[in-house]
Design a protein around this ligand. Structure first.
Ligand code: KIV
Ligand code: NA
Length: 276
């Protein structure tokens, strides 16, 4: 498969073909998603939680995001790679935002960056796009600033909230975002904004009428047990399977069943004796 391009992602919207996105934070997972021909791989700051063990995405640093992004990029041949800009790497000034966005492209080999925020961040999106770096926007439930939203809840349920989301989506498109993620917004509102925008919309907890869907990889394969969000679907429950395999290994070592002859580098006793 050839490298996925922005033009192809935007054509998918026109052709009403769904865009697929999943997160990855390491090389083996990136390889699996690329082999499965997922369109876009997101190195989400959710990796701070599901791969690094933080309580939220707030403490995730640029260095951690770059570390995960580099590993993912090494495993991808054709999928379009988007990296999340971590909290406080783009809010301080547009200049800092451009510098930090550039690191994901120059140092990590990603194709685009994603940042959370509505109309207030249109200037930031414009600055990064002006530098030649594609930006995916992210509105609705924005986990980095969940405290400002008074918690993790559906956004845009009242008239004021809905109007704000519609305006944000328009402003971010106007600022040059090539795609936009909707997190936790009502399905009908997501459908309406999707129809009004030229750029593709990717939903997570935003109904089935977005132009594409994204989930956190660890939620889809059962690798994150702390909680499972309502919008996630588990296609496989890996944690107990991996735990069983680890217990089998442990027991085999303890009982002497492992290693077997096929795992050893053997030398006859006679040959060894000759060395003495
Ligand atoms: O960090 C992440 O995984 C995300 C997606 C859930 C959109 O931002
Ligand atoms: Na994120």
């Amino acid at each position: 498969r050839k490298k996925v391009t922005i033009a192809e992602l935007q054509q998918k919207k026109q052709k009403k073909e769904k865009i697929t996105m999943l997160t990855a934070y390491d090389y083996p997972t990136a390889r699996i998603l690329d082999q499965a021909e997922i369109d876009t791989v997101l190195v989400g700051d959710s990796g701070g939680m599901v791969a690094l063990g933080y309580e939220s995405t707030v403490p995730v640093t640029m260095e951690e995001m770059l570390f995960m992004s580099k590993a993912v990029a090494r495993g991808i041949q054709s999928a379009f790679i988007i990296a999340d800009m971590p909290f406080m790497s783009y809010q301080g000034s547009d200049e800092r935002a451009v510098d930090n966005a550039g690191r994901f492209i120059k140092e990590a080999g990603c194709d685009a960056v994603k940042l959370e925020g509505g109309s207030d961040f249109a200037s930031t999106v414009r600055a990064i796009v002006r530098a030649g770096i594609p930006v995916c926007a992210h509105i609705g439930l924005t986990p980095q600033t969940a405290t400002m939203l008074s918690g993790f809840k559906v956004q845009g349920k009242d008239a004021e909230g809905a109007r704000k989301l519609i305006q944000s989506a328009k402003d971010l498109e106007e600022a040059g975002a090539f795609m936009i993620v909707f997190e936790c917004i009502p399905d009908t509102l997501a459908a309406r904004i999707t129809a009004e925008l030229k750029i593709p919309t990717i939903g997570i907890g935003a109904g089935k009428d977005c132009d594409g869907q994204v989930l956190v990889y660890h939620d889809t394969v059962g690798l994150f047990e702390r909680f499972i969000p309502k919008f996630a679907k588990q296609y496989l429950n890996l944690t107990p399977m991996i735990r069983d395999a680890v217990i089998q290994y442990k027991t085999a070592v303890e009982t002497g069943a492992f290693p077997g002859p096929e795992h050893m580098f053997t030398m006859s006793q006679e040959e060894l004796d000759k060395l003495y």
